[in-house]
Design a protein around this ligand. Sequence first.
Ligand code: DAH
Length: 562
Amino acid sequence: MHLYRTGAFLRAARSARFVVGSPRLAVPASCTQARWSSSHLAAEEQRPFPDQSVEPSREVDPNKTAPKSKGDSVQADFKKRLKELGQDNKIVHENLSGAKILGTPYIFDETSNVSDSILNLVGRNLYDIPDHPITITRNLIESCFPYPEFNHFTVKDPVVTVKDNFDVLGFPADHPGRSRTDTYYVNSDHLLRTHTSAHQHAAFQSLVAEKYVTGYTICADVYRRDSIDRTHFPVFHQMEGAKVWGLGPGESRYLAQAARTAKIARQLDALPKTDIEVEDQATVFSKENNPIQPEHDPVELQLVVKHLKRSLEYLVEQIHKAAKESLDPAAREAFGPLKMRWIEAYFPFTTPSFEVEVFWNGEWLELLGCGVVQQPILNNAGLRYSIGWAWGVGIERFAMLLFGIPDIRLLWSTDKRFLGQFAPGKITRFEPFSKYPACYKDIAFWINAAPAGASPVGAESSSMSGVAAAAGGNATKASPAETQPAAFHENDIMEVVRDVAGSLVEDVKLVDEFVHPTSGRKSLCYRINYRSLERTLTNEEVNRLHDEVAAKMKSRFKVELR
Ligand code: DAH
């Protein structure tokens, strides 16, 4: 799944009905000993975390910005022109280059790597179309976290600051997710959000003034440069949820916290019971692998973790039930009981952190990530005396399982044969309307010895060099002895294919690689599977597309075609 679970790598490298608690007090005896000791306080004061005062993530209105120099006024003129353009989401190259995205102008710099093919997908808002599988899934998830305990947000504009997407959440400077090979940068300050966690800070801030609402969900489209296959698309959808408990009035911090702990215990007790086989491999929070935060009282922390796990077990059970009910009676019989497990995870913004896996079609499938929110994130949002949990899921995975959708591209289809199959609030099995022939074409090339032109952020800044390679397997050096950063990143060919052929490509796979015995140069061969979901592609059409892919590979990355 698309989760930033880079924990093992980074650690090694760095070193629908939640009833509010019944009045009956069901606090384990040990809870009364919960305390906010002075050592906890000291830790709270000391803990370093990225500083962030939230700035509006949008560009300023060029008309209101006083030009400071000639360069500024050229930029202001250009921004004005961008803004005036009739069409949404358009890249413009003039004396400057930039893009208009959902009405807002941005000027490009050396970091920019968004393309027209990606911007064309911005603003489709699939999660807002009532009979779309993404919306039906979103509604099902939201129903497990109902209002007024939870507010439900969607955020249409995908452009966020680098700060909100990464810095505020504690992503280390060398996190692979920041690399230009993985992320679409609008410019060095702005990017297309890579996850809904980019809105955590604002969502936590919104809770400060709330009386009854103690949690939220956020649903939005997110963007990542990625491989091309039936389960990956550069735009997908995520949902994020969180819940906090504050310190109410008390004669002392000690008493107030004891009351809060008691409240969490009551709410835990009131959560709906589930009937699933759960294996928990993440019950011990070791300092090395999944530490408790220094600010947290261990007893209270345990209750928060239990509350988080039970809440998500309920969600998984509801999803499973819905999936089962959508089957015909015979298939329902064969649909085994739900088996799920908790495993340890690592996310920069939670600790301890966990992942849920479910047993599906004979294998363990990763479903979602979650954990106890890093205290500095809550503190920075004005929730200094709160403790809370958060989770994040990719909606496509749920939707594809629920509706039996075999190819992620279908979710972007505007074909009535697809869209006409679904109705609001109903989980129904997708009926394939036809399968069109595949057309395989290979492209082979020598990669050059210099860093790929498309990846300057990743490759140029010293802290980032080679990160993509270290992160896992798809950044390629020109030759094994090469000491420079990776010359070529697999996501670069994916991007070219997407720009040229969009969703006419089903998948792209590396089928051969070898190093020339004398020159030491490296050759790669990728197989592109051209297959439309909606019609048969003609030979001429595929040849034209393939020639264009080859030409773009040559001009953009200076590879030598073979
Ligand atoms: N933002 C994470 C990702 O995209 C998912 C996630 C994991 C969100 C854990 C959370 C969380 O809020 O607690 O990989």
